[in-house]
Write a protein that binds this ligand. Structure first.
Ligand code: FEO
Ligand code: CA
Ligand code: CA
Length: 689
């Protein structure tokens, strides 16, 4: 095997898909040729007011089947199933010829004494620590010995829904100790050994194996990278600022070319409360991230647990200055959140590592560009909040076979995206050694930035602790809530969902709709290697209905604008993932009026998953989820004959004892439970194509 073939094999073994064509030259020619015709196309959709809002026209992920060096390439995938209609049924709906079975719903025992799930809501915190968590989200399948019917399913548990989590809803503050422990134990990550069961088809089962593990809001972790040991990480628990406890609000995920899992800390700020300060001058590490102040309450009021959990495990969620110094209280506890966390699923005793080089923000997810031996590794991550940014991490060390996270993820440069109106884009370094950034920091010193009296950065660790502020100063482009990213295995083109932003008043080219209630998908191609500092972008899809201001359309690039139809209307794209064939899977996360069917933009049914051919613009609805649920998290076994999809928060408009969904039991009485579902074709064939 050549070194590149070896890497490809490692990627396959880890459940990934090898990049087969890293060349972008042909596509760059397409961009230049298509730019002006694309402007005309998008003007048709957006109207005269949008003239000039248009990015470059990129060719789709597909088309090319050969590369300059003759290496193998993927053919453009063609979807073979018929689109299904929208639905409001409380179940999973799939095209003809597909079947599904639930696997590992919330509360499934995987560890220790294997305590059974209790539908009366009376499982204890200690039992929850031995069970699958709640609110399944991002997920990856790590094959064991390359198998497609046996592996480790590793998945995030984003949050809990108090109204269905406890027997009769949550108790008021001060919160009973065991309710708090159980809530903390339902957060984090599950590592579950699974295999296809004797029944075959979409029937899989949990293996009571040695890899099974729960990582929760309680698990001890190591701080790594430039922020390790920083004064602003020092706490009563870790006076040297090198350790932390727990991971929170783990939304989407990532994985690495070397076979580890990355969990992402998204909406972590609301778990804390600064009990001693409600001023605008409270720490910028809290202010710029919306950590509640003394006049507000934390989301679950864990800091009020009574009696308190030992070792300050609950009181640490008060990040006020309650002690004489930082090492006598938890004023810095919130600074241990907002990171990318690396977990080795094949070492159940390993300590998760928070990789501070990759920045501190509301990490939705993280995705790598295909690694190339001798070049840096590159990861992309979005900050899911209104008007926040898209980031790129470029490692300092170049990739060599056998390298792992400690070699590649502790040193590097974090960039933030600036999307120009002419279809070009720039990656702006957030690095004090970068002259442009250093000059911007110097110019901002003494000014008010994002409501903060900015007085400079002490060091690069300070920059990373305040990543959002650094990106503000650099001049990044405010986006409509960046969610998941996906990299085309054929072209290297990067796709990102921008789920919605109803508060957008001022439009720009990359965010072209005011009051963007239905969201869109943007994409770009780097100018050269993945580590390039400039790129070309355009809009791939405007999500929405069939008419009105939020009418949806696809812009595949090689053909004309394609309005959305009943086959593919969708709102609030969130999860996005390329399978090994190059099919782009798109998942939706509608909430509020859209979820209830009261949106003026169209009736989109329950949340759904679609499949897209990015070169032709063909998009078909593949799956509709149960009531009041988000469809999020998708991965396939290497043979692409088994797909795993997560159904999060079915029945999330429930009241205690009055459930709006009984998924997955579907018996009219049971508690709704977030669940992984296993999908196969009834003929056992490859999914989607
Ligand atoms: Fe947790 Fe941005 O969705
Ligand atoms: Ca999400
Ligand atoms: Ca979302």
């Amino acid at each position: 095997m050549t070194i590149q073939e070896n890497i490809d094999q490692q990627l396959i073994d880890s459940g990934s898909e090898p990049m087969s064509n890293l060349s972008s030259n042909t596509h760059m020619a397409d961009i230049i040729q298509a730019r002006f015709s694309r402007r005309t196309v998008l003007q048709g959709t957006l109207g005269a007011a949008a003239v000039g809002f248009l990015g470059a026209g990129l060719s789709g992920c597909g088309g090319d089947s050969s590369s300059a060096d003759g290496s193998k390439t993927l053919q453009a995938p063609r979807i073979t199933f018929d689109a299904i209609p929208t639905s409001r049924a409380d179940t999973i709906t799939l095209p003809a010829g597909y079947q599904w079975t639930p696997l590992i719903p919330w509360g499934t025992p995987i560890l220790g004494s294997f305590p059974a799930f209790r539908d009366d809501g009376m499982n204890t915190g200690t039992e929850q620590l031995q069970q699958v968590g709640s609110h399944h989200d991002g997920m990856h399948f790590f094959p064991i010995n390359g198998a497609s019917d046996h592996g480790l399913l590793v998945l995030n548990h984003e949050y809990i829904d108090s109204k269905v989590f406890h027997a009769d809803g949550p108790s008021a503050a001060p919160r009973p100790q065991d309710e708090v422990l159980k809530e903390m134990a339902a957060h984090g990550v599950s590592v579950v050994e699974v295999r296809r069961s004797a029944a075959g088809g979409s029937n899989w089962e949990v293996v009571a194996g040695v890899y099974n593990r729960r990582i929760t809001a309680l698990t001890e972790m190591e701080m790594r990278g430039p922020v390790r040991g920083n004064d602003k990480l020092k706490t009563k628990f870790s006076p040297t600022g090198v350790l932390a406890r727990g991971t929170l609000n783990n939304c989407s995920h990532g994985y690495t070319p070397w076979g580890t899992y990355l969990t992402c800390e998204e909406n972590w700020s609301g778990y804390f409360r600064n009990s001693t300060d409600d001023s605008a001058s409270r720490p910028r590490e809290q202010f710029r991230y919306g950590v509640p102040h003394s006049g507000q309450t934390s989301r679950y009021q864990w800091e009020t647990a009574t009696p308190a959990l030992g070792n300050n495990l609950s009181t640490r969620f008060d990040c006020g200055s309650t002690g004489a110094s930082a090492v006598e209280d938890f004023r810095n506890e919130a600074n241990t959140m907002g990171w990318i966390v690396e977990i080795d699923p094949f070492d159940p005793f390993s300590t998760p590592k928070k990789r501070t080089t990759m920045g501190r923000f509301g990490h939705e997810g993280i995705v790598f560009a295909a690694p190339v031996v001798g070049e840096p590794v590159v990861f992309y991550s979005g900050d899911d909040a209104r008007n926040e940014y898209i980031y790129k991490f470029v490692s300092k060390n170049v990739y060599q076979q056998g390298m792992r996270g400690d070699d590649l993820l502790d040193e590097g440069i974090l960039y933030v995206a600036k999307f120009n109106g002419d279809g070009s884009g720039e990656w702006l370094a957030l690095d004090l050694d970068d002259p442009t950034f250093a000059a911007a920091v110097a110019a901002a010193d003494g000014n008010v930035v994002s409501g903060i009296n900015f007085d400079g950065f002490a060091d690069q660790g300070d920059v990373l602790l305040n990543t959002r502020l650094a990106a503000d100063i650099a001049g990044a482009t405010k986006m409509d809530r960046p969610e998941w990213g996906a990299v085309c295995p054929r072209t290297g083109m990067v796709y990102f969902t921008l789920t919605n932003n109803s508060s957008r008043a001022t439009t720009d080219e990359p965010n072209p709709r005011a009051s963007n209630t239905t969201g869109h998908i943007i994409r770009w191609l780097e100018d050269g290697s993945s580590a390039a500092t400039s790129f070309q972008w355009d809009i791939f899809m405007l999500a929405g209905g069939t008419s009105g201001p939020m009418a949806g359309a696809v812009f595949p690039g090689d053909v004309s604008e394609m309005p959305l139809t009943e086959d593919n209307i969708a709102a609030s794209p969130d999860g996005i993932w390329f399978d090994g064939a190059g099919v782009l899977w798109i998942q939706t996360d509608m909430s509020g009026n859209q979820q209830a069917g009261l949106s003026a933009d169209g009736d989109f049914g329950n949340n759904q998953m679609l499949a897209a051919e990015t070169d032709t613009g063909v998009i078909r609805r593949f799956l509709v989820g149960p009531k009041d649920a988000e469809v999020t998290g998708v991965v396939m076994a290497p043979d692409r004959k088994t797909m795993f999809v997560n159904i999060q928060h079915p029945g999330d408009r429930s009241q205690p004892g009055e459930f709006t969904s009984n998924f997955p039991a579907n018996d009219g009485v049971s508690r709704p439970r977030s669940t992984t579902v296993v999908i196969t074709r009834t003929d056992g064939g490859v999914i989607g194509v």
